[in-house]
Design a protein around this ligand. Structure first.
Ligand code: G3P
Ligand code: CA
Length: 248
C-alpha cells in the first residue's frame, strides 16, 4: 500500500505506539508482532515496576484497564500477573495474551528485528528512581546486537539518571507542549530529542528546533494529513498506533 504524501518520515522514524495498538492490544507481544508485520522497525512501549520489582510493559499504574485482573502495580507481583489475560479486553481473538516483562519483550524484538523506544513511566509506588533506571538498564542489557534502544520520559530526572547509566543511548524528552525554557531542560539531561504532542507542534517551533540541532518526533498521530505540513519544517518522526498509515 502507498500513501499519497510526497514527504513523510523515513521507515526508521515511524514508531508503533505501544506496538501496533490500533490492531492489537497495547503493550503486548501480539502488538509488537503486529508492528513488525506492518513493516515497522521501531516500537514505543511503557515500562513500570511491580511491587516485587519485576519490570513490566504497561501504560497505566494499575492492571484494571488492560487486563482481566484488578489492582495497582505496586500491590502485585510477577506471580500475580502471570495468569492475567491482557488481550480479551481489546478483542476476544487475543485471549491468552499476557502482560509481558520488558525482558520478554526485548527477547521478542530480537527475533522480529525491531528496535524500541522505552518510555520510563514514573509512578507513585516506585521505591526510587535509581531502582527504576537500574531495572531498565538490566533488561535492555539482554538485547540482541541489532536491537536499537532509545529512552523517553515525561520526567527529565528519569532521563538524566538513565543517561548517567547509558550515555550512548538517545534520550527523548516527552512534552505535552514545550516549556519556555525548553533548551535549558534539554541541556540539563542532556538530550537533543523532543517527543511532542502533535497538537502542540508548529512550524515556528520546528524551525527553532532545527536551527538548534534538536530532533522532534510527534505523538500520537493516526492521521498523516495532520502532520503533512511539518515534515518540510523539520519534523523527524512519528509515534502512531497504526504504522501502516505512515509507512507507505
Ligand atoms: O511516546 C509518546 C506517548 O506514548 C506518550 O504518551 O500516555 O501514550 O505514554 P502515553
Ligand atoms: Ca508511551
Amino acid at each position: 500500500m502507498t500513501n499519497n504524501y510526497h514527504i513523510g518520515p523515513s521507515r526508521d522514524e515511524v514508531q508503533a505506539h505501544r506496538g501496533a495498538s490500533a490492531i492489537a492490544p497495547e503493550n503486548t507481544l501480539a502488538a509488537f508482532r503486529a508492528a513488525a508485520e506492518q513493516g515497522a522497525r521501531w516500537v514505543e512501549l511503557d515500562v513500570a515496576l511491580l511491587g516485587d520489582d519485576t519490570l513490566v510493559v504497561i501504560h497505566d499504574d494499575s492492571v484494571d484497564r488492560t487486563t482481566s485482573g484488578r489492582g495497582s502495580l505496586g500491590e502485585l507481583t510477577a506471580a500475580d500477573i502471570a495468569s492475567l489475560d491482557a488481550g480479551t479486553w481489546f478483542d476476544p481473538k487475543f485471549s491468552g495474551e499476557r502482560l509481558p516483562t520488558l525482558s520478554q519483550v526485548i527477547a521478542l524484538l530480537g527475533e522480529l528485528g525491531l528496535s524500541a523506544n522505552v518510555e520510563i513511566k514514573q509512578h507513585k509506588h516506585h521505591k526510587s528512581l535509581d531502582h527504576l533506571v537500574h531495572a531498565v538498564q538490566a533488561a535492555i542489557a539482554g538485547r540482541s546486537a541489532d536491537t536499537g534502544i532509545m529512552i523517553s520520559s515525561f520526567d527529565p530526572q528519569a532521563l538524566a539518571a538513565m543517561h548517567a547509566l547509558e550515555p550512548d543511548l538517545e534520550m527523548a524528552m516527552l512534552w505535552w507542549s514545550p516549556p519556555a525554557d525548553w533548551q535549558d531542560v534539554l541541556k540539563a539531561i542532556p538530550s537533543r530529542t523532543i517527543h511532542m504532542n502533535y497538537k502542540a507542534l508548529s512550524i515556528a517551533l520546528l524551525e527553532e528546533t532545527s536551527r538548534n540541532g534538536v530532533k522532534v518526533r510527534a505523538w500520537t498521530s493516526n492521521n498523516p494529513v495532520e502532520l503533512v505540513s511539518f515534515w518540510g519544517a523539520g519534523l523527524t518522526g512519528v509515534i502512531t498506533d497504526n504504522p501502516s498509515l505512515f509507512l507507505g
